[in-house]
Design a binder for this molecule. Structure first.
Ligand code: HEM
Length: 124
């Protein structure tokens, strides 16, 4: 039996991941450099994307949910996301994680996982 807990469990499960995403998305949308990616999007489109991000992170961290969205490469291909865009995204993620009572280990694991998707998302 594997006694080691998944990152999903260590973070506090679905509700914790949902809270993190709900904290992160408004920061991204309000960012003067990143906001263009979400300009002129309807509320429902944003809500749908938020739900898919929650599902993706919950699934990828070892949670029981099935991710029904698209892969990271297909989803972001053509958006021309640059390294500077990416760095701003990571800064917002760090601010979000700092707003929660997470240990350094969990914070590092979340950042490492997100960084592992960089090559699929960044084009420029
Ligand atoms: C600078 C970084 C990023 C930008 C600008 C960005 C932008 C976007 C935008 C505009 C959409 C909506 C696409 C659409 O409706 O067709 C989207 C969808 C999505 N993004 Fe990102 N994204 C970034 C990073 C990430 C990261 C790091 C992850 C996860 C590790 C992620 C996960 C997703 C998911 C799961 C969706 C929904 C997929 C689907 O519609 O099937 N994104 N992103």
């Amino acid at each position: 039996m594997n006694a080691e807990k998944s990152l999903y469990e260590r973070l506090g499960g679905y509700d914790a991941i949902s809270a993190v995403v709900n904290n992160l998305i408004p920061r991204l949308v309000a960012d003067e450099q990143l906001g263009r990616f979400w300009a002129h999007r309807g509320n429902d489109g944003l809500e749908r994307e938020k739900q898919l991000l929650i599902d993706f992170l919950a699934h990828s961290s070892g949670g029981p949910m099935y991710y029904t969205g698209r892969g990271m490469k297909l989803t972001h291909f053509g958006m021309q996301i640059s390294v500077t865009d990416w760095d701003r995204f990571i800064q917002h993620l760090q601010s979000t994680l700092a707003a929660f009572d997470l240990s350094e280990c969990e914070t590092d694991d979340v950042i490492s996982f997100i960084q592992s998707t960089k090559n699929e998302i960044v084009e420029l």
